[in-house]
Design a protein around this ligand. Sequence first.
Ligand code: SF4
Length: 329
Amino acid sequence: MPGSDEILDRYSEECPLTREEAVTILNTPDDHLRELVRKAGELRRKYKGNKVSVQLLTNVRSGNCSQDCAYCAQSCRSEADIEKYRSIPDEKLYADNRTVNEKHLARHCIGLSGISFTDNEISELADRIREMKKSGTHICCSIGFLTEKQARMLRDAGLDRINHNLNTSRRYYPNICSTHTCEQRIENIRMLRRVGFEICCGGIIGMGETVEDAADMLLDIREISPESVPINFLLPIKGTRLAEQEPPKLTAEYCTKVLCLARLMMPKADIRCAAGREVYFAGREETLFGIVDSIFAAGYLTAGGQGIDDTLRLIASLGYDGKIESTGG
Ligand code: SF4
């Protein structure tokens, strides 16, 4: 079996990596990491230039979800100390949307906890999306399982993209969630694609899965061919099941290999370093932005993050451009 150097030498975009090759890349010895980062960097520059897409995330509905996802502070099984609400006030949502435009960020991501929604709830959400689309914002919505009718209601309101993560491999999924399956997620994404949405689909690394599981998840994501691939590195939240189980700790090197593999497998996609960036890549931002072209600013759903201005300054100081000129404002 060839090693990671040999796989990189013969890498071609026309010849997708096999499962074995993907696993080998994730097992790259740490002292060979530089070559891997260089290869991923070539693809990043080829397709993304020096752009970094910065997203702002607003949690429109928080907590009380019926599902038992082991990492999630919003699950009703979690005892995490988070704010819970059914719907964020219009003023806060629209103020965040104005910030996206004023700061020339790439996108406004809105998240709703919960797995299913009534048509009335979707109709109300569609009205809010319609309002925000008046200023030309590119909007992505992270939401549970929609019916096709509901997906069309959001599409008609102008919603551009939907985030639905696979989170882990099909094999490992039952260890993480017992209330729905990975296949249900994949089916939902297929329907969203048919309806015409751009797809954002990624996962979480560090939940106790094997290297093979991480590779399998990325292979499934590659099948979906999403426009955007957010990779989260677990930050266990006190009160969630995973925080009690204390899965093995991640290293910055392994996190780097996962992002490089995502870039090699989906060179044209937005590869986003989502949760965990400020922890696992602290002091390694130059390497990070050489691989990924997308990050969140100012927090994740239930965990804080770096402020927007600090994030934009950091991006500029490394020679990248974090402002999207086409966004309103
Ligand atoms: S990840 Fe989504 S579906 Fe799972 S518990 Fe959290 S809000 Fe619910």
